[in-house]
Design a protein around this ligand. Structure first.
Ligand SMILES: Nc1nc2c(ncn2[C@@H]2O[C@H](COP(=O)(O)OP(=O)(O)OP(=O)(O)O)[C@@H](O)[C@H]2O)c(=O)[nH]1
Ligand SMILES: [Mg+2]
Length: 476
């Protein structure tokens, strides 16, 4: 489909942030296989409650899609009755009555003295004819989270499919989910997202299937929010059962040393996972390629061995429901004793992406785990840029997943980081105890081994638990 992107630059957002957010939205849209043909942007103090954009910009948007550019008032009035009933029942999923009133005001007011212009919130509500409109768009993608009312109104005014940022991300997750667990998680989040957009039984909007739904217009399909809630509960039970199996598996790994690769989507986590473990995990130049966690031992293997996990990527304005639903996947990150925070150092926006990931890590209670910054894709940087980065981030590890040597160094640094936390203890065995040599060697790294007439002395660096086992074994 051909898409037109819609973005409102709010006062707290800089021009650079705004443009980079739109560029990211375009990549998300491309990941779904759509082409972006245009953009409609506007500076405002807040989103227009009814339709996101001001009247002039809305008409401009409608010229891209072939719609009328106004919300039909008949539809609005009819909706008012239904929504009032909902609100009277105190249904938590009913559209926000305030937004609704504003929508009605927006739709009914004359363009020149509409609420936006009167409040003076529009800074650049361009009039028709000022901006070039190119190839017709069949999809409108809004770079903000929209209320169900805004979504419906925008659909009516543009006569196109309308989807917001959250909807795009959910759709990508839906398409990329492979494992049963990931599918369940995404389905729960999707239903939670769609439920408020549906009315209680009777005369509701058509179900939004595929991307963004089938557009405006009423249909007789009955969609009961209660049914959706039941379905969500059912899926959650299924997910809990799987989560339990996973807990058992994770418990078995409990004693192993664990490192997790975390970071913004497309940073190169899976590529590093491949390089560090010699495994064949999926790598692709698309957003949210990975939705499942994989765990593999570091290769060449260390002693004791270190397990590496690849995790789902983060993104700006990641829907909260989705973060919550991926909690069990993210347990891998939470249980690691070292997080490698991977960023794409060749992306000019990496600092903002770094910040977003740090925030989400805090939200999933992984904020206190030891963490190292890994500046990936350094092969794309000039020596000068790398030098500047090493001044800016002196503790970070600069690597490139495509450079074998830098991956080998990263591997050694990971091993060293773990070893630095392990105690080094000496052991003395007699010749009669020579049968324990194998145990001594497998407990950890043998720092030194010297033999004399009576036996041997070992110095071993190993996790405390391994030392405790060795001590007990040699005392027996
Ligand atoms: N030039 C270069 N490209 C890289 C490097 N690391 C990864 N890439 C490319 O970047 C893209 C994304 O890599 P992935 O490893 O899939 O990224 P990811 O962090 O796992 O992404 P998600 O799973 O989508 O969150 C792929 O096209 C990789 O080939 C690197 O060090 N240098
Ligand atoms: Mg990945």
């Amino acid at each position: 489909m051909s898409a037109v992107l819609v973005g409102v630059q709010l006062p707290e957002v800089t021009e650079a942030e705004f443009l980079s957010s739109l560029a990211e939205l375009q990549r998300l849209v491309e990941t779904l296989g759509h082409r972006t043909v245009g953009r409609v942007t506007q500076r405002r103090n807040k989103l227009a409650p009814g339709v996101v954009l001001g009247d002039g910009k809305l008409r401009l948007l409608a010229r891209w899609t072939g719609g009328t550019g106004v919300v039909p008032s008949g539809a609005t009035v009819k909706k008012r009755k239904i929504d009032r009933d909902d609100a009277a029942e105190g249904d938590p999923a009913a559209p926000d009555p305030q937004a609704l009133e504003a929508a009605q005001a927006d739709a009914l007011a004359a363009p020149l003295d509409g609420p936006d212009s009167a409040d003076g919130v529009d800074e650049d509500d361009g009039a028709e004819g000022e901006e070039e409109v190119g190839e017709k768009a069949t999809l409108v993608v809004v770079d903000h989270e929209m209320t169900p009312t805004q979504l419906r109104n925008l659909q009516r005014a543009t006569e196109a499919e309308v989807i917001d940022r959250t909807g795009v991300i959910l759709e990508i997750f839906h398409r990329h989910a492979r494992s049963r667990e990931a599918r369940l998680q995404v389905e729960i989040a999707r239903l939670g997202y769609l439920a408020p957009q549906l009315r209680e039984t009777g005369g509701g909007d058509r179900q939004r299937g595929g991307i963004g739904g089938k557009g405006a217009g009423e249909s007789s399909i009955e969609l009961d929010r209660r049914k959706i809630r039941d379905r969500i509960a059912e899926l959650k039970r299924e997910l809990d059962a799987i989560a339990h199996e996973q807990d058992v598996r994770r418990a078995r790994r409990q004693e192993s040393l664990r490192v997790a690769l975390v970071g913004y989507t497309n940073a190169g986590k899976s590529s590093l996972m491949r390089a560090l473990t010699g495994s064949e995990v999926y790598v692709a130049d698309k957003l949210f390629a990975t939705l499942d966690t994989t765990v593999r031992p570091l290769f060449p293997e260390s002693n004791p061995r270190i397990l590496v996990s690849d995790t789902v990527g983060f993104i700006k304005k990641l829907p909260h429901d989705l973060v919550a639903s991926f909690r069990s996947t993210l347990d891998e990150a939470r249980e690691a004793s070292l997080l490698l925070h991977v960023v794409d150092a060749s992306d000019p926006a990496w600092r903002a992406q770094y910040e977003v990931t740090r925030q989400v890590l805090g939200e999933i209670d992984a904020g206190d785990i030891a963490r190292r910054l890994v500046l990936n894709k350094c092969d794309r940087l000039s020596p000068e840029e790398r030098e500047m980065l090493s001044v800016e981030e002196p503790d970070a590890w600069q690597v490139s997943a495509v450079d074998k040597e830098s991956v080998a160094r990263l591997r050694d640094t990971i091993v060293a980081a773990f070893e630095a936390t392990m105690p080094e203890l000496s052991y003395r065995i007699t010749h009669a105890q020579a049968r324990f040599i194998g145990e001594l060697h497998s407990a950890g790294r043998v720092v030194s081994e010297t033999w004399d007439d009576e036996g041997a002395s070992f110095v071993i660096r190993a996790p405390a638990a391994a030392h405790a086992r060795l001590g007990a074994l040699l005392a027996s």
